[in-house]
Design a protein around this ligand. Structure first.
Ligand SMILES: [Zn+2]
Length: 465
């Protein structure tokens, strides 16, 4: 499982394709009409994309799109534009993606480039994560007669970079009786000519997610004032109820520590997508949404009736706040999400459960080879990247918390979140922010820059905690 977990961590990340010059980048804005034929496994999309002109270079606009999609129309600022397909650039594992290189018709001083586009084709059927040893050719996104799952990983929509702000309006057409859950909030739900038509609006996001199945059941819960919607096809009712209670308490805990974040419509939706395998732990999170493999959950329940996704779900909910680390700085998202999941364990589970979790992190970090990359250098594709980014990162935050005391630490976390939300941040932003907060500013560099396991200077100190 370790290798799967490590690889899978690569997926739940941001990629550094582009950084904007502006302080807070304008969102890339999508207005898409999407029609899906589950049995045929095909998708047809048309609509508009408005993208900041800072994304283009020298009259060229590049984006990623699913390899088997045929573009049938492409206009830029109302004029037809020539384009060519190109290999995917970058190291991010997008197994079914190719580049599209568009020649911009004329230099334009406008801040946003307006693209009209139409494309269609079959979605490639690749094995789910964990269903094949070839992880680089695995993908959870799929369209078939059982289910639809579409997110960033298949590049089903023209994509420029992950982790940067995305705004979307989406009209989705599926066969009647299919139930869908998409990014943002649903503003329309009708049946027309034997099709289920829904409209979704998402104002602050990083992705456009489409989940659908004819078998989804909805459980609506209102635990301590937090509305939670859980979608599944075959999970036991007590498990669903416990999941809803956990989500509500974790959300309340984080809100108390960090302030409000963006949860579209104020509802948390946890979707158990009826995959058999798929990305590890609790899956992936987007604003207000958690997507978990129902198959893996059923496997967990079969081997342990008390199986719970508590810490994994707490990690995913923490990403509602921790989602601004960009590029190499994606470790910031994972270290904070992981560390806050331990705070959920500490507050809602027990101190002893917490010590077990932290002891495991220390054991795994201590076992890193001496030449393992430092936190300030680690790339998502590095060996041991999961242990370095999630666990060494968490131990560093734990050391900072003990040095500052709880009150100051959580105030500073709130301030760090407010300072960088919606604005890409990297290791150096982290370093200067936290140095300015600490009396012992010398604590930070060894944690960030030491290769291998625990930094020597704090080794003994940290071992006591
Ligand atoms: Zn994460």
């Amino acid at each position: 499982m370790r290798s799967l977990r490590i690889f899978v961590s690569i997926l739940i990340l941001t990629i550094p394709v582009l950084l904007y010059a502006e302080d807070r980048p304008s969102p890339t804005t999508y207005d898409l009409q999407v029609s899906i034929e589950p049995v045929a496994g095909t998708i047809a999309v048309h609509g508009t994309v408005d993208v900041p002109s800072s994304v283009a270079t020298a009259a060229i606009l590049k984006f990623n799109l699913h390899e088997t999609m045929e573009i049938t129309k492409l206009l830029i600022d109302g004029k037809s534009a020539t384009f060519a397909y190109a290999p995917l650039e970058g190291s991010f594992p997008l197994p079914a993606t190719r580049g599209v290189v568009v020649n911009l018709p004329a230099a334009s001083a406008q801040r946003m480039i307006h693209m009209e586009i139409a494309y269609q084709g079959p979605l490639m059927a690749l094995p789910e994560f964990g269903a094949s040893p070839d992880m680089r050719r695995s993908m959870d996104d799929q369209i078939n007669s059982r289910m639809v799952e579409l997110a960033f990983y298949s590049s089903w929509f023209p994509q420029f970079a992950f982790g940067l702000p995305v705004k979307s309006e989406l009209t989705l057409s599926l066969p009647q009786k299919w139930i869908s859950i998409c990014s943002g909030k649903r503003t329309e739900d009708t049946i027309a000519a034997g099709r289920a038509i829904t409209h979704w609006s998402s104002a602050k996001d990083v992705d456009i997610v489409i989940l659908a199945s004819p078998d989804y059941k909805l459980t609506q819960l209102q635990e301590s004032g937090v509305p939670v919607e859980i979608y599944d096809t075959q999970l036991p009712e007590p498990f669903i109820r416990q999941d809803g209670e956990q989500i509500a308490s974790v959300l309340k805990l984080y809100t108390a520590k960090l302030g409000e974040t963006n949860v579209p419509n104020g509802v948390v939706r946890h979707v158990y997508s009826p995959k058999r395998k798929g990305q590890g732990r609790a899956g992936f999170a987007r604003p207000g949404l958690i997507v978990t493999s129902e198959g893996r959950t059923l496997e967990g329940l079969a081997s342990d009736p008390n199986f719970s996704l508590f810490q994994g779900v707490a990690h995913e909910i923490a990403h509602y706040w921790w989602n601004f680390g960009a590029g190499q700085g994606d470790w910031i998202n994972e270290a904070f999400a992981e560390y806050f999941s331990t705070i959920a364990v500490e507050n809602l589970n027990s101190e002893s459960a917490l010590s077990a979790v932290m002891a495991d992190y220390r054991k795994q970090v201590s076992a890193l080879p001496p030449d393992a990359p430092s936190v300030s250098n680690v790339q998502m594709t590095d060996q041991s990247s999961f242990v370095i980014r999630y666990y060494k990162g968490s131990l560093m935050l734990n050391a900072i918390r003990h040095a500052m005391g709880d009150e100051k630490f959580f105030q500073a976390c709130h301030e760090f979140f407010e300072t960088y939300r919606g604005k890409p941040a990297g290791t150096e932003e982290f370093r200067s922010f936290w140095k300015s907060k600490l009396d012992q500013a010398g604590l930070i560099d060894p944690w960030l820059d030491s290769r291998g396991g625990l930094p020597p200077a704090v080794n003994e100190h940290a071992a006591q905690r």
